[in-house]
Ligand binder design. Structure first.
Ligand SMILES: [Zn+2]
Length: 587
């Protein structure tokens, strides 16, 4: 594949062809016409609107969203290419301002949808074809919505109430500075900088890193714990007014996951604590310790310094896709032939990696900073997996082809699994094999087990605080949570009792973190079925991806023949991990 041999800049011609200014003007004029046309029909919105009239309006709304999506993408993608380019910055800001204005002008349509009486809504939704799930999503909070004046009061009071308190939490904690001695030098660090030392090769530095983190938070624990107390009580009071069954139910509805499916996921994680405990005992061995301390969970193994030329990485990734399904490889290949990948490292280019699926007929754009490390190859597979997901869902509307949050990482993480499999099959060096497997288990611990135990803790903390528990009780509950997670597989020191006040998600977005466990364990559970079924699994998997965001996550899985409410399904994910740990034990 000579055309993929070197990393280069992508082309944005498919969004706005040259001359760009002229196509931009044309797109803006088109947007203005369509927005004005929709506005002009505002009067026809009523409870007895004729179904055909409604559908025509809905499709205009859809077309407007599509133009807005394309313009927004152009602004963001060009700016990502070169953040120092003044013209790109101006263009992005100009587009953003236009889109905000257009968004406000068409807002009335979705507000009207939300407020429709059930009977009318049912009639219209039944006729809406592929847009059904989009409309249902718009209305899913209706049963929990209060009267207009009550909602206004909550908004007003939240701005200076709980929202303000959460801003204060961020303001206070982001000002914390940490001091750490490394190689005889005392460094003054921010939390992000400090966090890099969790993975330091020296056991003393790792321990000092955690101790410093908790020293600073413990100094402020009275204040931060009190803020958490308010967060929990506010959540409970508002959840009560809105008639949610449990504190976690609001988040489950936002994710469109039934309470029982989430409970099953958390139960299965709980019952599998021994899987990671076995891994931690092995890891202690590799890094020459009798027993791991909690400080050493992310300790690095002697990493192999194998490098991959860009062209080789492309070949390896596409080949691992090909092995799974030629269709997946062919779709991923389109990203390259369309010149929609920007992988080279350039000054001024944004950091990180992403995939941007803009509109169903357009091949998604993939952004990488490819530096040749094994991690970069995995990232390439990950982002191309997202792109394949978008292309498989291309038969849907611009409003329904983006996957919903719980399924958003399915194709990407699955693509990483394909790659790992292929690399393991070819690799004979035990050190490299161990690196690959241990890296995957480290990631699985951080995304699956740690995050699900966070949610388990939140459930306990919310019920304890509502029952009048004090800060000390919450610390005890947190330590109990960690002990259940780690058993006697590692040494747990008392400083970790403050970890819960260091987790911004607990304050800002309660019960958010299980979404990470859901996404990652789902992929492993699917992978288990692939291992068991072989080729017949492939069409079911592709079918799952082809739904995009046109259906409820659990229904998407069900349609493809996977039962997310069954503990056995999720157990399959842990069985994959156990198998990997078996292999590690034999190395
Ligand atoms: Zn991703």
């Amino acid at each position: 594949m000579p055309e993929h041999a070197t990393a280069k800049r992508w082309s944005l011609q498919d969004l706005l062809p040259d001359p760009v200014e002229q196509s931009l003007q044309a797109a803006l004029a088109d947007l203005e016409n369509k927005v004005s046309a929709l506005e002009a029909q505002r009067e026809s919105l009523s409870e007895d609107i004729v179904t055909e009239v409604f559908l025509a309006l809905l499709h205009e709304y859809e077309a407007i969203s599509d133009i807005m999506g394309r313009l927004g993408a152009y602004g963001e993608l060009w700016f990502s290419e070169d953040t120092h380019d003044q013209a790109a910055l101006n263009m992005r800001d100009r587009i953003r301002a236009t889109l905000t204005e257009a968004g406000n002008r068409i807002l009335f349509f979705s507000l009207w949808l939300k407020e429709l009486p059930d009977e009318t809504a049912e009639r219209l939704i039944a006729s809406s074809g592929d847009l059904r799930y989009f409309l249902e999503t718009e209305r899913k909070f209706k049963p929990h919505t209060l009267s207009e004046s009550e909602e206004q009061i909550i908004n007003l009071k939240d701005a200076n109430g709980i929202e303000a308190m959460m801003n204060l939490y961020e303001m206070i904690t982001s000002k914390f500075i940490y001091s750490l001695e490394v190689d005889g030098q005392t460094k003054t660090l921010t939390r992000d900088q400090l966090a890099t030392y969790y993975r330091h090769p020296s056991p003393d530095v790792r321990a000092a890193t955690y101790r410093e983190l908790y020293r600073v938070y413990a100094d402020n624990s009275t204040l931060l714990a009190q803020m958490y107390n308010h967060r929990v009580r506010d959540w409970k009071n508002e959840g009560g007014l809105r008639k949610f069954e449990q504190p976690i139910s609001y988040r489950n509805l936002a994710n469109d996951l039934p309470d029982n499916v989430v409970d099953t996921l958390l139960d299965v994680c709980r019952r599998n604590s021994a899987v990671f405990q076995r891994y931690f005992r092995l890891k202690a061995n590799w890094i020459g310790m009798e027993k791991l301390r909690r400080y050493d969970v992310y300790a690095p193994l002697a990493a192999s310094d194998k490098e991959f030329a860009y062209g080789d990485a492309v070949e390896i990734v596409l080949d691992s896709f090909e092995h799974f399904s030629p269709r997946v490889a062919q779709l991923a290949g389109r990203v390259f032939t369309a010149d929609h990948i920007d992988a080279e490292i350039r000054s001024g280019k944004r950091g990180g990696a992403f995939c941007y699926s803009v509109s169903p007929p357009l091949t998604p754009w993939v952004f990488l900073n490819y530096s040749g490390k094994a991690r970069d190859v995995a990232t390439m597979a990950h982002e191309l997996g997202h792109a394949v997901h978008g292309m498989l869902a291309a038969d849907h509307s611009p409003l329904t082809f983006h996957s919903s949050l719980p399924l958003a990482e399915t194709a990407s993480v699955f693509a990483e699994m394909m790659l790992t499999d292929r690399l393991l099959n070819e690799e004979s060096d035990p050190a490299v094999r161990r690196d690959l497997l241990a890296g995957a288990i480290d990631d699985a611990y951080a995304t699956i087990q740690r995050q699900s135990f966070f949610t388990i803790f939140e459930k306990d903390a919310h019920s304890m605080i509502s029952g009048g528990a004090r800060v000390g009780d919450i610390c005890v509950a947190y330590m109990d949570n960690l002990r259940e997670q780690f058993g006697d597989s590692l040494e747990l020191s008392d400083d970790f009792k403050w970890e819960w006040i260091t987790i911004p998600h607990f304050y800002r977005v309660p019960f958010y973190t299980y979404a990470y466990s859901f996404g990652q364990l789902l992929v492993l559970a699917l992978y288990r079925q692939y291992q068991q079924e072989g080729d017949p699994f492939v069409p079911r998997y592709l079918k799952l991806l082809s739904y995009g965001g046109s259906e409820e996550p659990v229904k998407v899985l069900e349609e493809a023949g996977f039962d997310a409410s069954s503990p056995e399904f999720w157990q399959g994910g842990f069985d994959v991990l156990s198998g990997m740990i078996d292999t590690l034990e034999e190395l």
